[in-house]
Design a protein around this ligand. Structure first.
Ligand SMILES: Nc1ncnc2c1ncn2[C@@H]1O[C@H](COP(=O)(O)OP(=O)(O)OP(=O)(O)O)[C@@H](O)[C@H]1O
Ligand SMILES: [Mg+2]
Length: 154
């Protein structure tokens, strides 16, 4: 078990950049390449915007919580809100013909491309949790070593 960082924020859109940068920075220091860390940051950004906007309905009294965990082979981020949840098994596919000109409805789709696993959990009476997981590149330690080497060169 690696380090575990947890933050709690008021539901203000102005905090989105802060969490985005933190996520990208922690992913980078965990050993991801620049482009992978960028993807982690973007996925977290989308999840945080959803938590603030759709989950907590922009109500500053409702907090969001974001936690970052590093395990042997993966980096995990949990984004929690206090909202009512939603039917995540049936979100619209932005690639469907009737949706391609819509300018919203892409956040979850992006998240799924940016990280390896996106899961939603309802927390009994306490909101929704989005779990984002990204495995370190290549199998096991060799991959992480590779990332460290890349980082040194870059
Ligand atoms: N944390 C959440 N709580 C409640 N509903 C959510 C949450 N996250 C997503 N949703 C619902 O799922 C839908 C799809 O989310 P998604 O992020 O893909 O698109 P969007 O937020 O509507 O638009 P975009 O992210 O492209 O600006 C949302 O419109 C909302 O109805
Ligand atoms: Mg969204």
């Amino acid at each position: 078990m690696g380090r575990h960082i947890k933050i709690r924020l008021e539901s203000r859109i102005g905090y989105v950049d802060l969490v985005h940068e933190l996520a990208e920075g922690l992913a980078r220091s965990a050993g991801f390449s620049k482009s992978s860390a960028l993807n982690v940051g973007l996925a977290v950004r989308e999840a945080v915007i959803n938590a603030i906007k759709h989950g907590n309905g922009m109500d500053v009294r409702k907090p969001i919580e974001v936690s970052f965990e590093q395990e042997d082979d993966l980096f995990r981020v949990r984004v929690r809100d206090r909202g009512p949840g939603f039917d995540w098994a049936h979100t619209a596919n932005p690639l469907d013909r009737e949706n391609i000109f819509r300018t919203s409805g892409r956040g979850i789709f992006f998240m799924k491309h940016f990280v390896d696993r996106v899961a939603f959990q309802r927390r009994q009476g306490r909101g929704t949790e989005v779990v984002l997981e990204k495995r370190f590149e290549q199998a096991g330690r060799a991959g992480r070593g590779g990332e460290v080497m890349k980082r040194r060169k870059g």
